[in-house]
Write a protein that binds this ligand. Sequence first.
Ligand SMILES: [Fe+2]
Ligand SMILES: [Fe+2]
Length: 157
Amino acid sequence: MKDIIEILCNEHRIIDEKIKQLDEFTNLKEIDLYQPLQEILQFLKNEITEKHHRRENEVLYTWMVEQNKNADTELINRIISEHNYIDKLIQECLNIMNKPQDNYIALKMKILDLTTSYKAHMEKEEKFIFQIANALKCSNRKSKELLNKLIKIPRKA
Ligand SMILES: [Fe+2]
Ligand SMILES: [Fe+2]
């Protein structure tokens, strides 16, 4: 399971860099950086919604629940509902970007919510959930099978 956790943590570092860039926008008075802001949000949609969350949900968290249904189901359900909340926020920010001049305050609030929520989410995963995953037994064969499944998400066209 170490390989998978390492890949997911590396993705966190890449996402974290973008989240920090996004944080800087909430300090600006005007949205005069429309283009880079839109690019960052689109990057986050691709990296988080289309890739990272799917890798966690479809591979790691699905496997964890299979291992320990009673103990982990509630925890995993909670973390997956955080994914849904974050995905929705990213999409809402992108929607507002279509006419940011009218919705500057709303956009700023949503970006703030997004950056704050995501930092807390990644910390919870790394300090808590990934530790639980690492402690669960997993055969080499199963581990390879899961890794194989993970790297195919998202499937290239
Ligand atoms: Fe996550
Ligand atoms: Fe994550």
